[in-house]
Design a protein. Structure first.
Length: 373
């Protein structure tokens, strides 16, 4: 089977969790005998492939014209939705005009305004720009879902949300879990000597931006006897937020902008706990990675975290400093429960994800063939 992956054009220049998802899915599908290419711009030739796999319904402007081309070329389409709402973040955590707009207009219009602003400020203009601007945000997303033969969300709960939000309750779907690479995140084989001075810290590994709530975490640990280590770079549109995080950080906060996967594994190993307290997670790769490295987890109660971690993690309310502070104390003072590690190993590895993705491809091809008769 030959597959091509298509995602946002900045997936490598502005890496995030979806970058890891893309590369690891490719790596482990290839171990199952699937040939995978990644579209990097230029001429798009969907007819050279058995199926086209698109990623990220939240940013429809990047993929809409290519989805339409694949559909018009009669090639089966799979869509990894990566579906989460940041509307609450915009309403409660933003300042100024953006907050006012978010509290007075519906989510799809807010996303349309934000996306349009990014298109022109970043000069991200291509063949799909005009169709997106003419259709609007929600209609573009809905058309993508209609053209897809199967949805590949990260959990059954995400599938339910996408179907409801896109008014597509009968759309074929096959959940594909977020996952961890046990070859990299193997507690017994990781050398943590470089970071022994951070032993027992609270770690938070994520791209630095307002929706990830690092500033709230910094504020919550003030006066607490724990060292907080924040690992990540700011996204291009979050430089001011990053500067505010640095400005408000106390002496118990350390920033590390970039590390390799091996270094990240070493940081997990020395940490007592990991915090990912975003306004939305599905559930966040760093939480899974930290779990298999014997960290306690503090996670947001928004999104799909409970499907993954059940009652084995501590949950907090994003934007609520009291809730976050209570969660920090809980994970830093509680003993490590290895049940969490074993749950991740048994259910959420890239081997699992690749097998589920391949099953999703077969479902997409079957659905396509039935609809073509």
């Amino acid at each position: 089977m030959k597959v091509i992956f298509v995602t946002r054009p900045t997936v490598f220049s502005g890496p995030g969790g979806d970058t890891i998802q893309l590369l690891k899915t490719k790596e482990y599908l290839e171990k199952l005998g699937v040939s995978v290419d990644i579209y990097s711009g230029g001429v798009f030739s969907p007819t050279s492939y058995d199926i086209v796999h698109f990623f990220n319904l939240r940013n429809p402007q990047d993929i809409f014209h290519l989805v339409k081309q694949a559909s018009d070329s009669c090639i089966p389409i799979a869509l990894s939705t990566i579906w989460g709402s940041y509307y609450e973040c915009d309403q409660k955590a933003r300042d100024g005009l953006q907050r006012i707009i978010s509290n007075n207009f519906n989510e799809s219009f807010v996303e349309y305004l934000k996306t349009s602003a990014r298109i022109f400020s970043n000069r991200n203009i291509h063949k799909g720009t005009l169709p997106y601007l003419l259709n609007g945000h929600f209609r573009t997303q809905k058309k993508i879902v209609e053209m897809a033969n199967v949805l590949l969300p990260n959990s059954p709960t995400e599938l339910e949300r996408v179907r409801k939000d896109m008014l597509a309750l009968s759309k074929a779907g096959a959940p594909v879990v977020n996952a961890v690479d046990l070859n990299v995140f193997d507690y017994d084989s990781v050398d943590d000597s470089k970071y022994l001075h951070l032993k027992g810290c609270l770690l938070s590994a994520a791209r630095i931006e307002i929706r990830k709530c690092q500033l709230d975490l910094i504020r919550a640990v003030k006066g607490l006897p724990y060292k907080l280590v924040i690992v990540g770079k700011p996204s291009p549109n979050s430089i001011a937020y990053y500067k505010q995080c640095r400005m408000e950080a106390g002496s118990n906060v350390t920033f590390i902008e970039h590390v390799t996967q091996d270094e990240l594994a070493a940081l997990y190993k020395v940490a007592k706990a990991h915090a990912l307290i975003s306004w939305m997670e599905t559930p966040g790769l760093s939480s899974l990675e930290a779990a298999v490295m014997n960290c306690n987890l503090l996670v947001t109660n928004r999104g799909d975290t409970e499907f993954y971690f059940r009652d084995l993690a501590s949950y907090c309310e994003p934007g609520d400093l009291t809730s976050i502070r209570h969660g920090v104390v809980e994970v830093m003072e509680s003993a490590i429960d290895e049940s969490l590690k074993f749950r991740v190993i048994e259910n959420f590895t890239w081997e699992h994800a690749a097998e589920q993705t391949l099953a999703g491809y077969r479902l997409a091809i079957d659905s396509f063939q039935k609809s073509s008769k």
